[in-house]
Design a protein around this ligand. Structure first.
Ligand code: SF4
Ligand code: SF4
Length: 391
């Protein structure tokens, strides 16, 4: 790998929130403190070294970038105030922006005023677009899909999903190609033959099942709660509830759509609380609103070093997630009220507009780590397996 030195790397990283790491003299205290430093004893200070000497490609192709949980333990112990924990977070923001060819992610992270204006404009666009085709408001029963036509929501949702998937795939492929080249992993070494396939499946299980869904390292290794917080306030649980809640809501929407497609029920018809898609949606919604509310409270209270250094883009993501979850509950309440309240229609329009915006912006915000982290963990598992074989 030819090394190209980028003399602007350090100043660019500062725009994404990194502290002045030029004072870091690679003492290794952060490495000794970090609960995840279990490989060659250079994590996380090697990342800082890359930034100091302008090794942009090496930084962006480091799978280690995505393993950090931003607990802040390393920052508390750093003798030079280089704030390595925040540096790692800033480097991840920088990486998300670098994998995004549109430049939107960079604007959201580094230009908070313009980013906020874009966010408001996107939500307003979806609301006006939906309202332009609105139908009547039935005062006897909430006929939400007569007010905002189901077909319009369906096809707008598909278009938003296509943009989201394309943006996500472009980012993940860019990231994965860089890491694979760096690690010497090729398509044939992951898919060529039964043994290689077996190793890849095991790595996939470790990455998606054990780590991403089970949050094993977050739960066991990253003990940042000191003194220990009660379970309902632990960071890993708040994080897990937010992710599971979001995925559950997505699942409930797809399930509802599938039931309508197969003729089991019509979209928008009243269903009891125990109905599978409604039950899943309700439980997932509670998880999401609780998790995101706790994240917001912790950030507002600066409960730890990580929470104290939020960017406008981080807040935007939390606000969009919260509004989507909470407005969904208001719609549910409106549906069960005896006299169809007129406000139910407006909350529904607002909910649909914000949910569309959320889906559209996901690959450009902090949520993108939900795509990059499993890929990095997949490469970690493969590398671990490789080192076992050569040992
Ligand atoms: S970031 Fe701080 S603790 Fe880590 S190596 Fe540099 S000076 Fe030492
Ligand atoms: S923030 Fe925590 S997980 Fe990340 S490098 Fe520092 S000590 Fe390790």
């Amino acid at each position: 790998m030819t090394t190209i030195v980028d003399t602007d790397l350090l100043s660019d990283l500062k725009k994404f929130g990194a502290a002045d790491v030029s004072a870091c003299f690679s003492c290794g205290t952060c490495t000794a403190t970090c609960p995840l430093s279990d490989n060659d004893g250079t994590f996380p200070r090697r990342m800082i070294r890359y930034a100091q000497v302008g090794m942009k490609d090496e930084l962006l192709s480091s799978k280690e970038l995505w393993t950090c949980y931003h607990c802040g333990l390393c920052s508390d112990s750093c003798p030079t105030e280089a704030d390595p924990g925040e540096f790692m977070a800033a480097a991840r923001r920088y990486a998300v922006a670098s994998y995004d060819p549109t430049g939107l992610s960079r604007i959201l992270y580094t230009r908070p005023v313009i980013g906020s204006l874009i966010a408001v404009a996107v939500a307003a666009f979806f609301a006006v677009f939906m309202y332009a085709s609105h139908g009547p408001q039935d005062a006897a029963a909430l006929t939400l899909f007569d007010f905002v036509p189901e077909e319009l929501i369906h096809w707008t949702g598909i278009a938003v999903m296509v943009v989201m998937v394309i943006a996500g795939v472009v980012g993940v492929v860019t990231m994965a190609r860089g890491v694979a080249r760096r690690e010497g992993i090729t398509l044939s070494s992951t898919l060529g033959g039964r043994a290689a396939l077996g190793r890849s499946v095991a790595a996939l299980w470790s990455s998606l099942g054990i780590e991403s869904v089970g949050q094993r390292r977050y739960r066991e290794d990253c003990k940042d709660d000191s003194p220990a917080e009660p379970l309902y306030r632990r960071r890993w649980l708040i994080h897990a509830l937010s992710i599971w809640g979001f995925l559950g809501l997505l699942g409930a929407t797809i399930l509802d759509w599938g039931l309508a497609l197969t003729g089991v029920k019509e979209t928008g018809t009243p269903i009891p609380l125990w109905y599978p898609s409604r039950l899943l949606g309700t439980i997932a919604g509670i998880s999401l609103v609780y998790g995101v509310s706790m994240f917001m409270v912790n950030r507002a209270r600066h409960i730890n070093r990580a929470a104290a250094q939020s960017t406008a883009s981080d807040w935007l993501l939390l606000i969009l997630l919260w509004i989507t979850g909470a407005s969904g509950f208001f719609i549910e309440v409106a549906l069960y009220l005896p006299d169809a309240p007129a406000w139910g229609y407006w909350v529904f329009l607002f909910h649909v507009a914000v949910a569309m915006e959320l889906m559209l912006l996901l690959p450009f915000t902090k949520f993108a780590h939900a795509m990059y982290r499993p890929v990095a963990l997949f490469f970690f598992a493969l590398a671990k397996d490789k080192s076992k074989q050569t040992a």
